[in-house]
Ligand binder design. Structure first.
Ligand code: FE2
Length: 280
């Protein structure tokens, strides 16, 4: 067992659990180096233009919506000048890389498939786990954008709702550089909305509960490099903009049980050439 009964109880009560020193500093640094290498090899030309004008939002949407079985690069909204050129070098302009890093990149695959993570997911009761999404988040200095309060199950919906998010701090995450915030016990509020593909192919929100989040209940989850935060799919969480001089890089991995229903209306889909895999 990787988790004690007390930790499991805490996770079920709060909807999240912080595990300090879950990953070594060396493993964090090698993942950061690999991400830097991917960015170095990435040619922003056409993609940067997709993100630089609102007129091309359909192209941007397609680039995102078809990234479930790809390694793709997404920019910060504040990375561009009015004329569509990047204000800074690409290394300091990207918001994230997604969403099949864990299957397509050997370094990310190894990081995502350690025996410690496999055991942890088993301890959480996920039967026949499948690794659904692997995403690298930069939270750049000064321009790192806000992620408003949400539940991951809104975007990665399963029946039953049994998705688990694993959030790895690859650098220290503080209030200053845009750490996660969460509502302890907020998973009991139920699913507020779903982002799903409508009959016309466009994505839209189906709202089950329009009441605003009780923001005053959000608490910061400040963690050091190497910590991992387990997030229940229904846990409301957010992160604020990073206006500090320090980045706050993180890697997230989402896991689902093989037996759950995964709707075709979810945005993230895999081609038959790249079926979801477990830990082996
Ligand atoms: Fe999230």
């Amino acid at each position: 067992m990787k988790l004690t009964p007390a930790q499991l109880q805490q996770y079920r009560r709060d909807g999240y659990l912080v595990l300090e020193d879950f990953v070594s500093h060396a493993a964090c640094d090698s993942l950061r180096q690999r991400a830097a290498q991917l960015v170095h090899e990435f040619e922003p030309g056409e993609v940067a233009s997709i993100f630089s004008t609102h007129e091309q939002s359909r192209l941007a949407d397609d680039y995102f919506l078809n990234s479930g079985d790809q390694i793709r690069f997404f920019f910060e909204a504040d990375a561009f000048r009015a004329d569509g050129t990047l204000k800074r070098d690409k290394e300091r302009s990207l918001n994230k890389i997604g969403h099949a890093l864990h299957d397509l990149d050997p370094t990310f695959s190894s990081f995502s498939r350690t025996k410690e993570i496999k055991q942890l997911v088993a301890d959480l009761g996920v039967v026949q786990p499948l690794l659904l999404q692997g995403m690298y988040i930069f939270k750049q200095p000064e321009i790192g954008g806000e992620v408003t309060c949400h539940q991951d199950s809104t975007f990665l919906y399963t029946e039953p709702v049994e998705i688990v998010g694993l959030w790895f701090a690859l650098e220290d995450a503080t209030v200053e550089n845009g750490c996660l915030w969460a509502i302890p016990g907020g998973q009991q509020l139920g699913l507020k909305s779903r982002w799903l593909r409508g009959p016309d192919g466009a994505m839209k929100f189906e709202v089950f509960d329009a009441a605003p989040w009780p923001d005053e209940q959000l608490i910061p989850l400040e963690v050091q490099q190497g910590s991992m935060i387990i997030l229940h799919g229904l846990l409301p969480h957010r992160s604020l903009p990073n206006r500090s001089a320090k980045s706050r890089q993180a890697y997230t991995l989402h896991v689902i049980p093989a037996a759950c229903r995964y709707p075709k209306t979810n945005w993230l889909q895999r081609s038959p050439n790249l079926p979801l895999r477990g830990f082996d």
